[in-house]
Design a protein around this ligand. Structure first.
Ligand SMILES: [Zn+2]
Length: 625
């Protein structure tokens, strides 16, 4: 598997030997069973711990730095290689106990094992919390949508720029926003849940996560979990279409790390973007999976629903079983809005299935398509209460429904750029949002396409046109010139070398923001860096060093004294997630520009995706089951 190529593999394999011994989960690693593992590298074998509180011993081990029995933890030595990196990011050395590999695997759609004691109604409250009355739930988010053809790598800096928090900082900074906000709202409403925040790492969509960043994020997740143990359950907010250098399936990789840390029985529920690429490793290591219900997305609500399912599982009220099916299908998000057919039809079918007795959650997963990885394809996932056959049947039914509608998902209706501008300018009332979906910063594109800017420069429009563009050198030029000055600069095309083309403009610098700015969106904030507002006729060009939310946050323009509600046309660099503009916009159009998130998937060179795959290949017959 791809995980074996990960530079952290050595660390992970060494730690496996130690962890299996510390946890008392069975045997020390045998040479040859896991390549690279060394006999004798681990701690002495302990007898199996008798219940789910096994984490207490592991936590004590991490705190004292000693194996049970007082021996030096040889298993930790490889981890120390990375201590300087972790220290530089503010982690305490004692918290560093990262990595996991192998160990427990849950095969197939097995029911989550019920803990008998918790099914005695009178005892639930007493047993539901460990060392107190409240249920302790570990809470973590590692979220990024990967575009494997994007030229922008995703390093740790990209996570730090958009909010990399640990511990209580998570509660303070994410309340009310995104999946974690939803989880906290559910915990608050429940009243008997103690959130145990571990790590929150969110990065804007871009290329693969670097190996170093993944190593550090995994270390923070696993070490934080060790320090938090014992817990009653784990809530993980993941995107699900995330790849790293050497790891095609980061969501499965992290779920497996968590599963091996907490053992096979502890409930681990993951919320996922519905553009996730569901893999066998994801399914085998999660107790339940809950995907977004809508596009525009609903991260807060999804976090809430996943949390409620987790709480019920922890208390033994339900016993989730997962059924799933891959579908050999790809499609861009053009027809992805869940407000209209065909995507509405497919998601509505899932909602109807959820009305059936014993069905806990049904999630369609139309994967984001610019992802050249193993196991690529759409998926259908059903979670039922202790009924794997029902889960599998519903997943197959949902998969077949998507396949039957496959042509409708490819009904592309974009307008040529000039026509999109003409129609938006001619609308009786603005603002009209013109989506440059091919340069979608929420799909991993660079946000520096000049396609719509060129079309605007060639037309007269009556009202203001707001256009975002990423261009660090142009920002530098504007700041050097200062507000009120006129500059002639090339803009755009600095990052996307495949589709990008700069255009030279002469513009007035209306304002500059020399300090870093951030844009707000459904998941929190995204960094814009230094910014400048340039004007060319009726065009207001927001030039930024980084991508923010692709011009979808009206506050960004307001900081420069421009009110988006009074504009005729607002360009956004995304498909549909401009919820922040809904209250003020009067309509929307999608333009057909070239760009990294183009609908035309044949423009990319596919190497890792499984074939055949519709519509890249001719695949007339397929059926789930
Ligand atoms: Zn999505």
């Amino acid at each position: 598997m791809s995980g074996g190529n990960h530079p952290a593999g050595v660390l992970r394999l060494h730690l496996w030997a130690c962890r299996s011994a510390i946890r008392g989960t069975g045997r020390p690693v045998r040479p040859g069973r896991h390549p690279g593992a060394r006999a004798g590298a681990g701690c002495p074998v302990r007898p199996p711990l008798r219940n789910y509180r096994r984490g207490e011993d592991l936590r004590r081990h991490a705190q004292t730095g000693q194996c049970p029995g007082g021996q030096i933890p040889a298993c930790l030595h490889p981890a120390r290689r990375l201590l300087p990196q972790l220290r530089s990011h503010g982690d305490r050395p004692s918290r560093f106990l990262g990595g996991a590999h192998a160990g427990h695997h849950r095969r197939g759609a097995q029911p989550h094992r019920k803990r008998t004691a918790r099914h005695v109604p009178g005892r639930i409250r007493r047993l539901a919390g460990i060392g107190g009355n409240k249920v302790r739930i570990a809470l973590a988010q590692v979220w990024q949508e990967t575009h494997t053809f994007s030229p922008l790598p995703t390093g740790l800096r990209e996570f730090e720029a958009n909010g990399l928090y640990t511990g209580r900082d998570i509660l303070d900074r994410t309340a009310g926003v995104g999946e974690i906000g939803g989880f906290l709202a559910a915990a608050n409403a429940d009243g008997d849940v103690e959130p145990v925040p571990i790590v929150r790492a969110w990065a804007l969509s871009a290329g693969r996560i670097t190996a170093q960043a993944l190593t550090l994020l995994e270390a923070r997740l696993v070490a934080g979990l060790v320090m938090a143990l014992p817990v009653d359950g784990v809530f993980l907010s993941l995107h699900g279409a995330t790849a790293a250098d050497g790891v095609d399936d980061v969501a499965g990789y992290l779920l497996q790390s968590v599963r091996q840390m907490v053992g096979p029985d502890l409930p681990v529920v993951a919320s996922l973007d519905h553009h996730a690429n569901i893999t066998r490793r994801i399914v085998e290591n999660a107790t339940a999976l809950v995907g977004y219900r809508t596009l525009p997305h609903d991260p807060f609500d999804t976090g809430e629903r996943a949390a409620r399912l987790l709480f019920a599982t922890v208390r033994g009220e339900v016993s989730p079983t997962i059924g799933w099916h891959k579908i050999p299908l790809l499609a861009p998000a053009d027809r992805g809005s869940t407000d209209e057919p065909p995507m509405h039809t497919w998601f509505d079918a899932a909602r109807r299935m959820e009305q059936q007795p014993g069905v806990l959650a049904v999630s369609p997963f139309p994967v984001q398509p610019w992802l050249d990885v193993a196991e690529l394809g759409w998926s259908a996932v059903a979670v039922t209460d202790h009924d794997p056959a029902q889960a599998q049947q519903l997943a197959a039914e949902l998969a077949n429904q998507a396949w039957a509608m496959r042509a409708a998902f490819w009904d592309i209706r974009r307008l040529p750029p000039a026509e999109a501008i003409r129609q938006a300018a001619a609308a009786p009332q603005g603002p009209i949002v013109v989506a440059d979906a091919s340069d979608s910063v929420l799909s991993g594109a660079t946000g520096d396409s000049t396609c719509l800017l060129r079309a605007l420069l060639q037309q007269e429009i009556g009202g203001l046109a707001l256009v975002p563009i990423v261009d660090a050198p142009a920002v530098e030029a504007a700041i050097n010139a200062g507000a009120g000055q006129v500059i002639t600069v090339p803009v755009g095309g600095t990052l996307d070398r495949l589709f990008g083309q700069p255009v030279t403009i002469t513009a007035r610098v209306e304002g500059v923001a020399p300090a870093g700015m951030a844009a707000a969106g459904p998941w929190g904030s995204a960094e814009l860096g230094r910014t400048a507002l340039l004007s060319v006729g009726a065009i207001r060009l927001l030039v930024s060093e980084r991508r923010g939310f692709g011009g979808a946050d009206p506050e960004v323009y307001r900081r420069f004294g421009v009110e988006p509600a009074q504009a005729q046309l607002i360009v956004v660099k995304m498909y549909f997630n401009y919820q922040s503009l809904h209250a003020l916009m009067k309509g929307s159009l999608m333009a057909d520009c070239p760009g990294l998130s183009t609908w035309d998937l044949r423009q990319f060179r596919w190497e890792r995706a499984p074939r055949p795959l519709y519509p890249l290949d001719d695949l007339p017959d397929w059926r789930a089951g």
